[in-house]
Design a protein around this ligand. Sequence first.
Ligand SMILES: Cc1ncc(COP(=O)(O)O)c(C=O)c1O
Length: 401
Amino acid sequence: MKKTTGFDRDKTRNWRPATQAVRGGTWRSEHGETSEALFLTSGYTYDSAEEVAARFAGEAVGMTYSRLQNPTVAMLEERIALMEGAEACRTQASGMAAMTTALLCQLSQGDHIVAAKAAFGSCRWLVDTLFPRFGIETSVVDGRDNDAWEKAIRPNTRVFFFETPANPTLDIVDLEHVCALARAHGITSVVDNAFATSALQRPMDFGADVVAYSATKLMDGQGRVLAGAVCGTEKFINDVLLPFQRNTGPNLSPFNAWVVLKGLETLDMRARRQSENALEVGKFVESRVPRILHPGLASHPQHNLAMRQMDASGPIFAFILEDRAQAMAFLDALELVDISNNIGDSRSLCCHPASTTHYGVSAEARADMGVEEGMLRINIGLEDPRDLIADLDQALTRVGL
Ligand SMILES: Cc1ncc(COP(=O)(O)O)c(C=O)c1O
């Protein structure tokens, strides 16, 4: 394999993220293929017994087993790292595999993690249910409150974990403040950047140590595969994450890596256009519903902070109708927008978080994080916003709004 572009870091590391998204990390075989090759292989063969021994000993360059290395997966990892401005990246089979790996690889019994209370349901489950089972202490704080992060620090605090914007409340965490606070106390900040991706927000530019992804969302962007990624320093990825990942095996399949590689080529364009569409649709929704949570609108209490951290506000927002019955009736009235709990897709999708993405979170935790019974979360896609507005208009009218 020839490393034609992307791996000569001195030449290519200064390319901007949109260029990295198309070219970063590309390897080419002797055939000189334009599009990245898909190496659907679990293992490798060797010219001699001596060679395989040398590879396992780290004395010869080369791959040994696809749980440890795969060329297609390596291209994706290099590309994501370059887009993120990170030293290194490793990918996982899903966003939750990425979050679990990013956190468990560095936490042990007796450690303490502080997490923002507004989070994707399964991320909250890790903090509320899984970690305590292994003797890891947990605290949840209002991620919007800078003082709350500081007050929650204990001598054994190892990790701060949060999403910004958060799913589904669109809470914004002050990246610069919270990441600096973490650093000052020797705590690792782990940021779930799924709602924005590096196309719209680069948490490491604000001091984040580790950035983790559900690449299922905007990175694939066309609702095809599950994927996850974790970015960090070479030291974190090689010394802390890799021993955990290589031995527990939450790896991404080469096929799914290839699909995400193709998705990344259009990420910048999609993320920006979907943000523009979401702003236009959001302005319409705001004129018709009691309450909307959209970081791109001046009515969002953290609008200014969001716009300081993000290049654009992203494709996702939430709005609150009177109660569950009205929210459900609205979903049933949609004709163009699909009822679906995925996000980041080029199709517009809408869901009722309390009965879907946050069904597994206790009713108290849902209420505490602001997942109300009348809340709907919408992902705005690449359709013409005028058609989306027409659909939302008729659905709102049908539920009496
Ligand atoms: C913010 C956030 N993090 C993590 C995940 C989990 O990702 P996956 O479904 O790829 O496991 C999701 C999924 O919706 C999410 O929205």
